[in-house]
Ligand binder design. Structure first.
Ligand code: CA
Length: 664
């Protein structure tokens, strides 16, 4: 499983072929769909019922096992052809504790066994599905468990994290290292007494954690956890069961479910929502996937020669434009929202999916819980047969409903291009990025003072609301900000790089849209310069929590920055017309200088006006600020949400590589 291309932005690619011209795919259009919630397994008073969707199978069987591996089947059930492309078999007993697989006869050959595509509980390495009573997996108080209610995605502050990064280092003081349960531990401390884990998240003030893939993925051997295998998890195997290596016992199918729910409950009790990273765009295996073993060919797009098309850069791409696949995605996220109380979904390589499916995803999730939100990568990692106008590209975000996309505009303009380690950006002194940073400030919406023709990545205001935009300068992909600054600022001191990080994140957190950050940046951890650490060992990926004490000032700056944003709705406008009216840029001619105001008590803010000046150059700059009684919020690399002091305005000096923020 390679991860060299996936999730790296290479922008929109032109459509290469119309789907109708793909002989391998045209036949699937006539296949019936079946998406009732009894798919694959239902246990009720009358017994245990299996329903497999496989329209072209010549025969189908269920194999029942006493254990999750290393055993022969107790029984083999022949399935009977039923309606809408399904096969059915039943046993007049509740088979709790048993395991099962399906297999189908395809073109005269019995394919390998598969737990199906809808296994909600699995044993070790996800090879067999388990029959368990899901209602027995709920933690105490689950009935009344709720995530944080938010009015708009722009009210969220998103913290992207990996379970192992967060807890596996000895300095975390956490017992359940690398496990779902890590975030259920309160009172964990570093040797210096700094809070870690869930207490750290509360102290920082983020509203949501975005957990890297936590469904069952392929690459870490759950039978050998002592090997401490690491993977980001962008290699999906079972979409509807949690990953076993994050549980304390992968051989117990209930353990991973119980423990993930306990993590969600603990975060909800702390007022923090949980966003899942979902990767429906491809599977780890091609012919060997659960999709291929149940309905060969159907779930994937193909090239005209019948080979797998590969917009994921990982060997295949799924076909959301087909009804059964579209339903699969929609029903899968609905399942996670209902069964696990998940508060948001981040779609990997979302532009592999069609806009109609993404609209269904957002609408059906909002019907479950209006606070749920959906965002994704509005690009692919390779050419796709899906016509560009149907793809959930960032350029198409305005035609979708309730979907947000990552802004690679602000990302690359602030810190330098993601693919060129040495390249600098606005915050590190490279001129020419000013207009693209402004595109970020207005959340990629139309603004009379922003000239999109000068944008580095985007040439038109593709968003019609800031709620369609996720702003960031760093994520799990590519060099994290700390390493990017080290690579692009040779000869610099750590203090100079920390100052640049403060400016970069101040731009992100004060911009219109939703701010997003990668775990550990707030204590200035790094990944030793490894840009694609998807399978790097813990020595690269784990957060050394002793840095929190060493870099306490950096942490305090981030905490205050988050507090500032949460206290002031002016940074969280949802209406593009309001952004255009309330944000006024000052005329500046110096490179790496942006000065603007947010006026008119924007979005109901207590502040009449917020003056924000970013100086990304290595020289101090003088700006003229109207005479008034200002509160100084940020100056010379320091920031306090409640104010650093006061100013009467007039001619003010903005220190190199810093933000000046005044409010009145
Ligand atoms: Ca797994």
């Amino acid at each position: 499983m390679k991860h060299s291309l996936i999730t790296a932005c290479i922008g929109a690619l032109a459509a290469t072929a119309a789907l109708a011209a793909t002989p391998a795919d045209s036949r699937f259009a006539s296949w019936p769909a079946y998406s009732a919630d009894d798919l694959e397994l239902r246990v009720d008073a009358s017994g245990t019922h299996f329903t497999l969707w496989s329209p072209e199978a010549q025969a189908a069987q269920v194999l029942l096992y006493p254990t999750d591996r290393n055993s022969l089947p107790d029984d083999t059930l022949s399935m009977t052809r039923a309606g809408s492309g399904t096969w059915r078999a039943s046993v007049p007993a509740q088979l709790y504790g048993k395991y099962y697989t399906f297999r189908i006869l395809h073109d005269g050959t019995w394919l390998a066994e598969t737990p199906g595509v809808w296994a909600k509980a699995v044993g070790t390495n996800g090879r067999r599905a388990a029959i368990i009573d899901l209602s027995a997996t709920n933690p105490e108080g689950w009935e009344t468990d709720r995530g944080p209610a938010i009015g708009s995605i722009t009210d969220a502050v998103i913290y992207e994290m990996h379970h192992r990064d967060m807890s596996v280092h000895p300095t975390s003081g956490i017992v359940n290292k690398g496990k779902f349960l890590a975030l259920t531990e309160h009172g964990t401390r570093t040797p210096d007494g700094e809070a870690t884990g869930i207490d750290h998240l509360k102290e920082l003030g983020v509203t949501h954690v975005h957990i890297l893939p936590s469904y069952d993925y392929n690459s870490v051997d759950e039978a050998n956890l002592a090997a401490n295998g690491y993977n980001w998890g962008y290699d999906p195997q079972n979409y509807n069961a949690p990953e076993g290596s994050y549980s304390t016992n992968p051989a117990d199918p209930a353990a991973r479910i119980v423990e993930m729910k306990r993590m969600v409950k603990a975060l909800h009790d702390a007022g923090i929502g949980v966003i899942m990273d979902v990767v429906y765009n491809h599977t780890a295996e091609n012919d060997g996937s659960n999709f291929s073993f149940t309905a060969p060919g159907y779930y994937y797009r193909h090239n005209p020669d019948g080979s797998y098309s590969d917009a994921s850069g990982c060997g295949n791409e799924t076909a959301s434009e087909r009804r059964q696949m579209s339903d699969f995605i929609v029903n899968s996220v609905k399942y996670w929202a209902k069964e696990y109380h998940i508060d948001g979904f981040r779609f990997d390589l979302m532009a592999i999916h069609d806009t109609a499916t993404m609209d269904r995803v957002a609408a059906e999730l909002k019907a479950i819980n209006p606070s749920i939100f959906v965002y994704g990568e509005g690009w692919t990692a390779g050419a796709s047969p899906l016509p560009a106008e149907q793809r959930a590209l960032k350029e198409n975000v305005a035609s979708m409903h309730g979907i947000a996309v990552f802004s690679d505009d602000i990302r690359d303009a602030v810190k330098g291009h993601y693919s060129n380690a040495a390249d600098r950006g606005f915050a590190t002194g490279k001129p020419g990025n000013e207009e693209t940073v402004k595109i970020g400030i207005v959340g990629s919406t139309a603004h009379p003072q922003v000239d999109y023709s000068k944008g580095n990545n985007s040439k038109f205001p593709y968003a019609t609301s800031p709620a369609q935009i996720i702003n960031y300068v760093s994520c799990h992909d590519d060099l994290m900000l700390t390493d990017k600054l080290a690579a692009s600022m040779p000869g610099s001191t750590p203090e100079e790089r920390m100052r640049a990080a403060r400016l970069a994140q101040t731009i992100v957190f004060t911009s219109q849209g939703t701010p997003f950050m990668w775990c550990g940046e707030e204590i200035f951890r790094d990944k030793k310069g490894v840009h694609n650490s998807y399978k790097s060992p813990d020595s690269i990926n784990a957060i050394d929590w002793s840095l929190k004490h060493a870099n306490r000032g950096q942490f305090d700056y981030y905490r205050e920055l988050i507090a500032l944003r949460k206290a002031h709705p002016a940074f969280r406008m949802t209406d593009a017309a309001e952004v255009a009216r309330n944000i006024v840029f000052d005329k500046t001619t110096e490179p790496n200088l942006i000065s603007y105001s947010i006026r008119n008590h924007a979005n109901g803010d207590e502040w009449a006006e917020i003056k924000i000046v970013f100086n990304g150059s290595s020289e101090p700059v003088q700006v003229k600020v109207p005479r008034a009684d200002w509160t100084v919020i940020a100056a010379d690399g320091e920031l306090s949400a409640s104010g650093l002091g006061t100013s009467r305005g007039g001619k003010l000096q903005v220190a190199p590589v810093s933000a000046l923020i005044l409010a009145r």
